[in-house]
Ligand binder design. Structure first.
Ligand SMILES: [Zn+2]
Ligand SMILES: [Zn+2]
Length: 249
């Protein structure tokens, strides 16, 4: 399984940057996790967009979905140019709420919508995928994703506050992609629905994950600064998200 960081910044992309999006490739499938602002421009460096097998959306905040509309146009155009069969829409797996967002996902013959919740199990190529609702504030659901293929486990934590129930879902993951929205100096007194870098490292250590990728960072953060606050994680390699970073499991 190969994971490529296409975007990791939040809440908006820095210069030449992109908000969350991760390409996951196995021997038989290529899927995109979230589709933030600038993600499509990065995707083209790694895979022609018409070769995508599925898009999975964790939730509908703008930093995770901003490029969905242009992806729909892209698939439509590639179908017109016969680079992708007209009877092969791109399936988009995403929460059913808010309804208005879900209703915007089917587009012509280009994309279809498939609702997800904690009971959903999907198979895409050799990947098996399941979901966990995270602690992410405002009442609308946000889902973390567990992807398994060839004996490897990737957990994408999406946006997740400290009350997310990771045990039984993320324990021992080969790679845990965990958000670290705050550093010590800008962490709100009562943070809602997000973790700090320090907390992300603690969670990954507690879950005995085999490697960690800290993401969902402000574009202005310096890698060394993020690393220095992630020292609670000692169980394996700790990656700090960068556009184009690739991790092979
Ligand atoms: Zn969010
Ligand atoms: Zn976000």
């Amino acid at each position: 399984m190969r994971i490529t960081v296409l975007g990791y910044q939040s809440p908006y992309p820095g210069p030449n940057g992109a908000t969350p999006g991760y390409l996951v490739e196995t021997q038989s499938a290529s899927i995109l996790l979230d589709c933030g602002s600038g993600v499509l421009a990065q995707l083209g460096n790694h895979l022609p967009i018409h070769q995508l097998d599925a898009l999975l959306l964790s939730h509908y905040h703008h930093d995770h979905i901003a490029d969905v509309g242009v992806l729909q146009y892209g698939i439509m155009v590639h179908q017109l140019f016969s680079q992708r069969p007209k009877d092969k829409p791109l399936p988009i797996y995403a929460p059913a709420q808010p309804i208005a967002n879900a209703q915007a996902l089917p587009y012509k013959q280009a994309t279809t919508f498939h609702p997800i919740d904690e009971k959903t199990q999907i198979n895409i190529g050799d990947m098996q995928i399941s979901f966990l609702r995270t602690d992410h504030g405002d009442g609308d659901p946000c889902f973390a994703m567990r992807l398994e293929a060839s004996g490897k486990v990737l957990v994408y934590g999406a946006d997740s506050g400290p009350n997310t129930k990771w045990h039984g879902f993320a324990d021992g993951a080969d790679l845990f992609i965990c958000e670290g929205t705050y550093l010590d100096h800008n962490k709100p007194r009562e943070p809602k629905g997000h973790l700090s870098v320090r907390e992300a490292a603690q969670v990954a250590e507690e879950l005995v994950c085999r490697s960690l990728l800290i993401t969902h960072l402000y574009a202005e953060y310096q890698v060394e600064e993020v690393k220095s606050q992630a020292q609670a994680y000692q169980n394996g390699p700790c990656h700090i998200a960068q556009i184009g970073l690739q991790i092979d499991l």
